[in-house]
Design a protein around this ligand. Structure first.
Ligand SMILES: Nc1ncnc2c1ncn2[C@@H]1O[C@H](COP(=O)(O)OP(=O)(O)OP(=O)(O)O)[C@@H](O)[C@H]1O
Ligand SMILES: [Mg+2]
Length: 271
């Protein structure tokens, strides 16, 4: 099989979808195999500016593999990925992050022993002004705490006003909030959340759903992987349905019911 695009197609044309709109993130015909197991079998995905795209599918349908290929955690065997119209070849998660794709995992997103402010600025610490910062690399703790507080307040996260608390003492939902705030604080182009509400209670889940909507309101598009149909139908603009390593359909909460979506997931309906 040949992963190269046809020579007569320019990168710009390839980066736009069939209907001519320019996705912020586009994947075309991604293939990923693990030995004899086919994780992804020619999957395409489009994420448009300012939308929440949910990715649903049964266990093993290829959701996590798809997201890993988009965020540099796996390298696809074949296919292409464009971010902002430019083709990208991420080799590791840091590459995707540097390019503006912030991925939030349920457990790995934050360092438990650090306080909230330090977590927000992990890897992007604000240095003190002058030689103290540039030569001695001293971190501006006070500045980071103040801007962490501002960032959380602007996202409407009011249960987390003490930014000096260690993250290990936070609830699951509050940890998610810190992780999402990180993404928002650094002006990410895309935020990817893999099962963010899976281990959370009702109140915390609602808090995360509100955060997703506030990211969208700030113009940051979100990819949300979830098994929770009510959550998906509450926040998603469009829904990418994975089935057996392929994209079975892309639907919307207006075009289809939850029952329809489950039927497509399980193969009972073609959509
Ligand atoms: N590192 C790996 N090695 C071998 N097989 C893998 C690996 N990662 C994924 N797979 C296989 O690829 C297929 C897709 O897995 P993936 O984790 O993407 O599914 P998923 O849709 O995220 O499922 P779930 O809902 O259970 O999280 C499965 O058959 C899985 O066993
Ligand atoms: Mg998964």
């Amino acid at each position: 099989m040949n992963a190269r695009q046809p020579v007569n197609e320019t990168t710009e044309q390839a980066a736009a979808s069939e209907d001519g709109r320019q996705p912020i993130l586009r994947a075309r015909r991604l293939v990923k195999t693990f030995g004899r197991v086919v994780g992804l079998d020619g999957v395409s995905l489009e994420l448009y500016p300012g939308e929440v795209l949910a990715v649903i599918g049964d266990n093993g349908a290829g959701k996590s593999t798809l997201i890993k290929c988009l965020t540099g955690a796996e390298i696809p065997d074949e296919g292409q990925i464009w971010l902002d119209g430019r083709e990208v070849h991420f080799k590791r998660p840091q590459d995707a992050r540097a390019a503006g794709i912030e991925t939030v995992y349920q457990n790995l997103a934050v360092s438990p022993a650090l306080d909230v402010a330090s977590n927000l600025y992990l890897g992007r610490e604000i240095r003190k002004k002058g030689v103290l910062g540039s030569v001695f690399r001293l971190v501006d703790q006070k500045g980071m705490r103040e801007s962490a507080k501002r960032e959380l307040t602007s996202l409407g996260i009011s249960t987390l006003q003490d930014v000096t608390v260690a993250v290990e003492n936070l609830s699951g939902g509050q940890r998610q909030a810190v992780a999402v705030a990180r993404a928002a604080a650094f002006g990410s182009k895309v935020v990817v959340l893999d099962e963010p509400t899976a281990a959370l209670g009702v109140r915390e889940s609602n808090q995360v759903l509100e955060l997703i909507m506030s990211l969208r309101d700030r113009g940051i598009p979100v990819i949300l992987i979830s098994h929770n149909m009510p959550h998906v139908f509450e926040v998603a603009d469009r829904i990418h349905v994975q089935r057996l390593g392929k994209r079975a359909a892309t639907i919307t909460p207006q075009s289809h019911t939850m029952t329809d979506a489950v039927a497509i997931m399980t193969g009972a309906s073609k959509g």
